[in-house]
Design a protein around this ligand. Sequence first.
Ligand SMILES: *[C@@H]1O[C@H](CO)[C@@H](O)[C@H](O)[C@H]1NC(C)=O
Ligand SMILES: *[C@@H]1O[C@H](CO)[C@@H](O)[C@H](O)[C@H]1NC(C)=O
Length: 355
Amino acid sequence: MALHFPPHLHFPLLFLITICLCMNSTFAGKALNLYPFFQVYANGTVHRYEEIKFVPPSNNPKTGVQSKDVAILPQKGVSARLYLPKISRKNQKFPLLFYIHGGGFCIQSAFSPLYDSYLHKLTAQANVLVVSINYRLAPEHPIPACYDDSWDVMNWAARWKEPWLKQHANFSRVFLAGDSAGANIANNMMIRASEESHFVLSPVGMALVDPYFGNGKPDELWTYLCPKTNGIDDPRFNPAAHPKILSKLKCSKIYVFTAGKDYLRDRAWTYYETMKKIGWKGELRIKETEGEGHVFHLFNPTSEKAKDLMNTLVHFLGCSMIRHGYYVNSESRVSEFRITVIIFINVLAFLIAYA
Ligand SMILES: *[C@@H]1O[C@H](CO)[C@@H](O)[C@H](O)[C@H]1NC(C)=O
Ligand SMILES: *[C@@H]1O[C@H](CO)[C@@H](O)[C@H](O)[C@H]1NC(C)=O
């Protein structure tokens, strides 16, 4: 049975319904659930599913690793945790690693138990001085805040005033590394470092562990956290779609890590394939850990596969492989060899024909 309203109520009712629909869509547009990261209530409050945990810096008597926190831009809340390996001689210099933590640009911290324990281990095993960057998190501080903060920390370090850095960092051996969103930020920092001629540090290498470059599908997290983005092919989000920018990367070596069951795996490979295709002159490698998911090495650090990943990273940061200037990757060595053979055959044919 249809409901009948007296004609004089039609307009007020329609008006009321319109108002209700409008209000509903306004609030529905604001409320958002981005599990497992956070939820935004209709009133605009952001609720993270996992609260951000902190541990203080500490010195490890077993490994000799020391750590401390430095406020870099206190008014913004930008800071870093520094890790210094065991010192065995006065003024000993170590490679300098800028590490950028992951967490979808919106969770985790350089001061969390997860990253603190991971970087204590990495410092001890790789013998590198680590600056673990604590950038501001989205959505309260929308992207590009994380990029700007990380860049500010790198410039702060480059001023060479901080006592540990001044005494113990070898500025000829600077590395960048990060996992997940941190790997995304690391790549963006390497692009900035390559583009900006006044930046005094020239990083030699970069490790991208399970980088968050999306997976080719619409990405609600990225588009929400970066309000001014033009979408998932934004050069900051999907660098492989912009080979011209990637070809500018000035470091000597890049190692991409991914995992077989990582939902972000495909774009890690696309990044690697694109770098290869454009003939980037550095040494380029990729390692996929089979049967594991996104950042498994952080959640299960004592597993054999996590140890293997750690060893590979340690080797990558190690002294033995470093050389100034560009590396030639094995692919282009093969093609150079091919060209040499072709030239040789041609010369031989020429000599035979005219001898
Ligand atoms: C916003 O909404 C949530 C969930 O309904 C509530 O827990 C919170 O107290 C509200 N915050 C403000 C500032 O009103
Ligand atoms: C710093 O690194 C460069 C490049 O690897 C190396 O040649 C130099 O000896 C290092 N300096 C110190 C003091 O270790």
